[in-house]
Design a protein around this ligand. Sequence first.
Ligand SMILES: [Fe+2]
Ligand SMILES: [Fe+2]
Length: 259
Amino acid sequence: MLRELQEIREQARIMAGKYDLRFYTRYSREYDYSREVFFSHPLIHRLREDVVPFLNDEFGHGIEHCKKVSIDAGALALIETRSWLDVKTSKRITLLAQMAGLLHDISRHESDHARKGAEFSRIILQHYPLSPEERDDLAFAVSNHEAFREVLEPAHQKQELLSDVLYDADKFRWGPDNFVTTLWEICSCEEWSLEDIIKRFPNGLLYIQEIQETFRTPTGRLYGPEFIQCGLEMGKFLYRSLKERYTEGLQQQTVTGSG
Ligand SMILES: [Fe+2]
Ligand SMILES: [Fe+2]
């Protein structure tokens, strides 16, 4: 990675660390419960081992992304189900939400990755202790997680809930996380130059802005836009930094060239 990009990425990491997002303070108990399940439940442990080979990348971003999605989806599931489901069922859906988080990007390097990931999920889960309905619900959630696509029709309320919490937890990552990891992973994959990144930045920010209208759960609609606003603030700052560095680089080249 270019030295300039490494510096900007470090700026992004420091900036992201300063945000105190309300979702995590308001729902710290649910988040902590979900986190504990993620690191202690045998089914999650087993699934983590099964998906790691398909998520691994040069920087470990794929694994880190899915871990965050899983824990947030689990917390959202707990929050969204407690008013209409008994505790046991609510906890089961929390577990399924985490499984959906681990599985959702399993085919991320393929086109139509949500649909292919759903098919692949069924293969991975074939010997897991799940009911046929739970397998269907997980596959549905994975196939329905992509932004700006037609939202698929769920078969029942629990299926819809699982799909919605996965979607929202995944789109929370379009906030600060986008500038700490996702963007740099794309830059590295696509081998974009500094100039390429600067050219694409304004459209990228517009794209991110539009996601805040798409959150699906009541909690996501309430707290999701804050993630996106923080991401946009970071994005605008980093864009200015990139342009300054690029202009400085050009000026230095001109001076060297004329000397
Ligand atoms: Fe995805
Ligand atoms: Fe994702």
